[in-house]
Design a protein around this ligand. Structure first.
Ligand SMILES: NC(=O)c1ccc[n+]([C@@H]2O[C@H](COP(=O)([O-])OP(=O)(O)OC[C@H]3O[C@@H](n4cnc5c(N)ncnc54)[C@H](OP(=O)(O)O)[C@@H]3O)[C@@H](O)[C@H]2O)c1
Length: 302
C-alpha cells in the first residue's frame, strides 16, 4: 500500500526550522510545510540566496508564513548565535528539519580544522539540536529529522581518521557524514525514549535528485551525472516527500528511517528504508555521540 501524507488537522501555529532551505530538497520541504500552514524558519548560510528563495515561494504560495535566519553549520559560533536568536524570538519549536548538507570532492576543513562534511552535515546539526531541544513541546508531534543517504551503506566512522585520509573508497568522508547523521538520529531516539520524552527523532534519505549538492563534481562526473540523470534521479519535489511524510504523518514511530524504495533506494515509492548493519551498532553510536560532544564542546542534556 502506498504511503500518503494525510493532513488531519490544521498545522497553523506550528513552527518548523528547515536548514538549507534556500535550495534543492530543503527548498521543496519549506514549500511543502508552508502549504499546510506551518510557519517555516529558513535557516540559510547565504542571506541573499534565502531572500531570493523566499520570494520564489511567495509567488507560488502568497500566504506562506516564512522567516529567514542566517546559519552557518560549519561554524559552531554561528550555530549558537542562531539558536539564541531563534529562541529569543520564538520561544518554542515544533519541528527541526536538519536538511542542509555539503558534498565535496576535495579535502576541505572548517575554521577549526575539522573535515568539512563531518563538521557541517553532522556536528553542526548535532549542536543545533542540543541547543533547541529544550524549547520543543513534549509531545509526539514534536519531531527532529536527520538526513542520511544511500551513501551511508558503504561507510563507517573513522574515529582515528575523521578526515578519511586513509579510508578506502570514493566519497568516504561524505558517506561517513551521512552515516553519522543516521546514527545520531537513532541514538537521539534511544535517549529521548530513555528519558521518557515524547519528542520523536526520525531519519530520512531523499534518494537521488539533481541539486546543488553535486556542484563540486569534476566535469567528467558532471557529464556522466547528466547523461545518467533521468534514469537514476527523481525530482527535488519527490526527494522532499520522505521528510514531509515523517513530519506530517501520524503513522511513524521514533527511530523510523524512510526514503524511496525503488532502484536500490535511488527513487520510487516511499517506504521504510534499508540501513546497513554497521549503522545499527549502539556502541558505535554512543562513541560517536561522545566524540560529537567533545568536538562541538556541547553537552547534550540527554
Ligand atoms: N540530492 C541528492 O541526491 C541527495 C542524496 C542523498 C542525500 N542528500 C541530502 O539531502 C540534503 C539536502 O541536499 P540537497 O541535495 O538539496 O543539496 P543542495 O541543493 O546543495 O542544498 C543544500 C543546502 O545546504 C546548505 N548548506 C551547505 N553548507 C551549509 C552550511 N555550512 N551551513 C548552512 N547551510 C549549508 C546549502 O546552502 P548554499 O545554497 O549556500 O550552498 C543549501 O541550502 C543534504 O543533507 C544531502 O546530504 C541529497
Amino acid at each position: 500500500m502506498a504511503l500518503e501524507i494525510k493532513i488531519t488537522q490544521t498545522q497553523k501555529g506550528r513552527i518548523a526550522i528547515v536548514t538549507g532551505a534556500n535550495n534543492g530538497i530543503g527548498f521543496e520541504t519549506t514549500k511543502g510545510l508552508a502549504k499546510v500552514g506551518y510557519k517555516v524558519i529558513m535557516a540559510c548560510r547565504n542571506i541573499e540566496k534565502a531572500f531570493s528563495a523566499r520570494d520564489r515561494i511567495l509567488k507560488e504560495i502568497p500566504n506562506a508564513d516564512l522567516d529567514i535566519f542566517q546559519l552557518d553549520l560549519s561554524d559552531l559560533e554561528s550555530v549558537k548565535e542562531f539558536a539564541q536568536g531563534f529562541s529569543k524570538k520564538y520561544k518554542k519549536l515544533n519541528v527541526l528539519v536538519n536538511n542542509a548538507g555539503v558534498m565535496t570532492y576535495s579535502d576541505q576543513k572548517n575554521g577549526e580544522g575539522i573535515e568539512l562534511q563531518f563538521a557541517t552535515n553532522h556536528l553542526g546539526h548535532f549542536a543545533l539540536t542540543s541547543l533547541l531541544i529544550d524549547i520543543m513541546p513534549n509531545d509526539e508531534q514534536s519531531r527532529i529529522i536527520s538526513y542520511s543517504s544511500v551513501a551511508h551503506k558503504s561507510a563507517s566512522i573513522h574515529f582515528d581518521d575523521i578526515e578519511c585520509k586513509n579510508a578506502k573508497g570514493y566519497g568516504a568522508a561524505y558517506g561517513q557524514s551521512k552515516l553519522a547523521c543516521l546514527m545520531f538520529g537513532d541514538e537521539l531516539n534511544r535517549r529521548l525514549k530513555k528519558s521518557e520524552s515524547k519528542i520523536l527523532s526520525l531519519s530520512v534519505h531523499p534518494g537521488v535528485s539533481d541539486t546543488g549538492l553535486f556542484n563540486d563534481m569534476s566535469w567528467i562526473q558532471s557529464f556522466l551525472f547528466k547523461v545518467l540523470g533521468s534514469f537514476i534521479t527523481h525530482s527535488n519535489e519527490k526527494a522532499a516527500i520522505p521528510a514531509l511524510y515523517v513530519v506530517l504523518s501520524n503513522d511513524v514511530r521514533g527511530g523510523d528511517y524512510y526514503g524511496p524504495t525503488g532502484m536500490g533506494g535511488l527513487k520510487g515509492k516511499l517506504g521504510v528504508s534499508k540501513r546497513s548493519e554497521y549503522s545499527k551498532d549502539e556502541l558505535i553510536a554512543k562513541k560517536l555521540w561522545d566524540l560529537s560532544e567533545e568536538l562541538s564542546r556541547i553537552e547534550f542534556n540527554l
